[in-house]
Design a protein around this ligand. Structure first.
Ligand code: C2E
Ligand code: CA
Ligand code: CA
Length: 825
């Protein structure tokens, strides 16, 4: 605000200065008003009193010919006020040679001819040629001025006679004006050259060029340059001026376009102004040399183009002002005096105003003023750009801080203050990308669920916060921690020796913890792994997870590293899984069949389908050998799907009238929908549901996953599929299950049959109890793993109706054979 007021004050001051300049100059050089009056009395305008010489007159003059134009003073008495020596002042125009002839009474005579390149000594400030005439005014009888090949007589503005005092006054006036002009422009030039804003703003460059060219124009026009370069006088100066004035006008327009705020000038208008500027420079160059194009038409054309530029600039200023430009106000202030004096000059050139030096002087005063205002304008523009930049920088800084805060929030676990899962991933990924090895400790908080269930979530949160605090104590440059799940924490260290961390973790195991009203003993299950050759987070994570699983298997509060036998096991598992994928494609999986016998008749009533894998390297494998494959979600389901397909194919062949028992997993029993799909599959090949028996263990029925096996079993049972409860007696056998699950058959686990006559009656009691249960609930009972005739006899005695085992037949690849029992008694 204060800066704004200062700027405006400076502008007003500058305005006053510019308007006062010509007057001040006049006052300073006129010495006194009285002497000025004398001086003006001794200046006589001659041009209006001169006419073209008649052919007869011309013939008498020393230089004549078709190229010469002579002006003759008709009334020499005009000069009577001139003192003994006076100066003939001739406006600078373009010609080849200048000749002056004057005669006086008593034989006094002046005959003078000079070429355009010999005019140096005649140069006078104010665009004039000065010729000293040694004939006192009253004695002058004739005066003639001749030009060889003059550009156009109409371009000659003035010819005057001036006494020595008047000449001095005029010249001092010019020197002072041009001194101020040159001083202002040179300082503006120097300032903008040496104190750039540092951002290379284009308007500052345009301004520099404009000031430079305008300075050259002023100095050349006013013949100040001629003091240093004598050749720059007369026609040469006029030519150079014409080029420079065109450039000045064009550059002022281009500067205007640059300095205005972006978006304040329509694109089309910009183009018009640019075009005008280029035309201005071009027409200036053409008008500079009358030898190419006649002087008068090219001069008129040039003036029209300049006028066009001025009008285009005016339009630009108007539009910019309407569009809220701030800069344009200052521009207008700087520009108005220039427009006014150029209008006055044009009026004078067209003869509407009397010839007077004041207009010319005011031109340069106005330009000096314009320069001053433009400098202020640039300063103003800088300050507003600077402000904009400051605001932009501040908002960038603010945004960076905000982003930082958000990022941190997004990566923080609010309960413990440690990093969260995202943080863990980001840091671990970075380590992997940098090829840095690290050790990952993955841990589960034991007993959290019990604590939550018993005392509520506040108690659980207190424990988690305690764990978070304990882990935070391990943080250093090499180590970071994160809570990556409900009760799951991770510690990652890049230290070569991870045993320190392991030791610290072991140290907090079993410690008492107390927080608010809760307390307990800290127990963590920890699995760790070294990143080694792992390429992805998933790989590292999986290894640590396997170790964690192993630790949990060993009981709570244990730590297990992923190394040695565990690592070996995992490798084998991965090899098996990979082989299983190939095995599916190469049809290496098959079913073997084992008969189930009616112990009374010895007849085969049913057949159990048992999975086999013809492993290309390991030979024929039973499911126990590839349990790890079956427990793997994807490949396990795919293999089990193959089992179903093979079993249905076997049923479709219809070789056997009894049921085919198939071992099911929980993926086969994923809610009623899966049961419906299976029934549709059976129907599509024309297999009766009653010819299928589904064998499930209690573990599967209890449904540890999200699926609804009981729902599926109900649908199947209702459709006629038979259900057998496998390995009965080994699971969580509960009578409640027997009531809930639609079961037709109980299969006594073979461990009880094996113990029948060997374990002192314990197994026998169990077998007896299951048989009684079967009778009571009206379910058939099958004894599994019957190997010996003694076992068979005992089972018969106890009233067991069905049996399965090596005694009756081993699982065989051929269905037909399996139904022909070998050892029915
Ligand atoms: P399971 O359902 O209890 O199957 C009976 C197992 O006892 C079979 O082992 C069979 O060969 C064996 N066995 C039969 N009679 C005797 C005997 O007299 N003495 C001894 N010691 N064993 C006998 P197998 O084929 O190795 O199958 C093992 C387990 O693999 C099965 O136990 C079953 O849980 C699972 N399994 C078999 N086939 C499949 C299948 O297609 N899908 C799924 N998911 N699991 C299957
Ligand atoms: Ca079975
Ligand atoms: Ca079984």
């Amino acid at each position: 605000m204060v800066a704004g007021v200062r700027n405006w004050l400076a502008v007003v001051l500058g305005c006053l200065l510019a308007l006062a300049l010509p007057a001040a100059v006049q006052a300073a050089t006129g010495t006194a008003a009285a002497s000025d009056r004398v001086a003006s009395a001794s200046e006589v305008a001659l041009l209006s009193g001169m006419t073209l010489a008649t052919p007869a007159e011309a013939a008498r003059l020393p230089q004549h010919g078709p190229d010469w134009t002579w002006l003759v003073l008709r009334d020499p008495s005009q000069l009577s006020v001139m003192p003994g020596r006076w100066n003939l002042m001739i406006d600078e125009v373009r010609f080849a040679r200048l000749s002056i002839v004057a005669t006086g009474t008593g034989g006094a005579h002046l005959a003078f001819t000079r070429g355009a390149d010999q005019l140096g000594p005649l140069a006078a400030p104010g665009a004039m040629l000065r010729v000293a005439v040694p004939i006192p005014g009253p004695q002058v009888r004739s005066l003639a001025i001749g030009f060889e090949r003059i550009d156009d007589l109409s371009l000659l503005r003035k010819v005057t006679a001036a006494g020595p005092a008047r000449t001095r006054t005029l010249e001092h006036r010019w020197l002072l004006t041009m001194g101020i002009f040159a001083g202002l422009l040179a300082s503006a030039f120097a300032y903008n050259l040496f104190v750039p804003a540092g951002h290379g703003y284009s308007f500052q460059r345009w301004y520099l060029v404009w000031v430079g060219v305008t300075l050259a124009y002023g100095l050349t026009w006013a013949n100040i340059s001629a003091m240093a370069i004598p050749a720059l006088v007369g026609p040469a100066a006029v030519r150079l001026d014409t080029v420079l004035v065109g450039l000045t006008v064009a550059l002022a327009c281009l500067f205007l376009l640059e300095v205005l705020e972006p978006g304040t000038v329509p694109r089309r208008l910009r183009r018009v102004v640019r075009l005008g500027s280029v035309a201005c420079i071009g027409s200036g160059v053409i008008a500079a040399d009358e030898r190419l194009v006649p002087a008068l038409p090219s001069d008129i054309a040039f003036n029209l183009v300049m006028l066009f530029c001025v009008l285009a600039s005016l339009a630009t200023i108007t539009v910019a002002a309407l569009r809220g430009s701030r800069v344009v106000r200052l521009y207008l202030i700087g520009w108005t005096p220039v427009i006014v004096v150029f209008a006055l000059r044009s009026a004078r050139n067209f003869g509407l105003l009397a010839q007077s030096d004041t207009v010319d002087l005011a031109t340069f005063g106005a330009i000096a003023f314009e320069t001053l205002v433009f400098s202020l304008l640039i300063a103003d523009r800088f300050s507003s750009l600077m402000k904009q930049r400051d605001v932009a920088e501040a908002s960038v800084r603010e945004m960076a801080v905000e982003k930082d805060t958000l990022e941190r929030a997004a990566q923080t676990d609010f309960l413990t203050g440690l990093g969260n899962r995202a943080y863990f991933h980001q840091r671990t990924r970075a380590l992997l990308e940098q090829n840095r090895r690290f050790t990952l400790f993955l841990m589960d908080v034991d007993n959290l669920k019990e604590l939550n269930d018993r005392y509520g979530h506040d108690a659980g949160d207190a424990l988690l916060q305690h764990v978070g605090e304990s882990l935070a104590a391990l943080l250093d440059d090499d180590t970071f921690c994160a809570r990556i799940g409900g009760d799951e924490f991770a510690v990652v260290t890049v230290a070569d020796e991870a045993s320190d961390i392991a030791g610290s973790l072991d140290a907090i195991q079993g410690m008492m913890w107390a927080r608010r009203t809760w307390s307990g003993i800290l127990s963590l299950s920890i699995g760790s792994t070294r990143s080694g050759l792992a390429r992805t987070i998933a790989q590292v994570f999986q290894q640590a997870d396997v170790a964690l699983y192993e630790a949990k298997r060993q009981g709570r509060g244990q730590r297990q590293a992923f190394e040695g036998p565990l690592q070996q096991r995992i490798k084998i598992k991965h090899d098996m899984i990979r082989a299983a994928h190939w095995g599916l494609r190469r049809n290496e999986f098959a079913l073997h069949f084992q008969p189930i016998i009616d112990l009374a008749s010895g007849q085969c009533v049913s057949v159990e389908a048992l999975l086999r894998w013809h492993h290309p390297r390991l030979g024929l494998l039973t499911p126990d050998a590839f349990e790890c494959v079956m427990s793997e979600v994807d490949v396990g389901a795919a293999v089990q799907d193959r089992v179903m397909a093979l079993a249905i194919a076997e049923l479709k062949r219809g070789h056997f009238s009894g049921t085919l028992a198939v071992n099911f997993t929980s993926t086969d029993l994923d809610g009623p929908d899966s049961a419906v799909r299976l029934l549709q599959r059976l129907a599509s090949v024309g297999v009766a549901p009653s010819s299928l028996c589904v064998e499930v263990t209690e573990g599967i029925v209890l449904g540890l996953g999200r699926s609804d096996p009981v729902g599926a079993l109900r649908v199947l049972h209702q459709a006629g599929v038979r259900i057998a409860l496998d390995d009965f007696g080994t699971g969580y056998a509960s009578l409640v299950h027997l009531k809930e699950i639609p079961v037709d058959t109980l299969k006594i686990d073979r461990s009880f049959i094996a113990g029948l006559l060997t374990d002192g009656g314990e197994s026998e009691e169990i077998v007896r109890a299951v048989l009684a249960l079967g009778t009571g609930l009206k379910k058939s009972v099958i004894a599994e793993g019957v190997e010996t005739p003694v076992q068979l006899a005992r089972l018969r005695e106890m009233g067991c109706a069905f049996g399965q085992g090596f005694l009756f037949g081993r699982p065989s690849a051929i269905f037909e054979q399996s139904i022909a029992p070998r050892a029915a008694a």
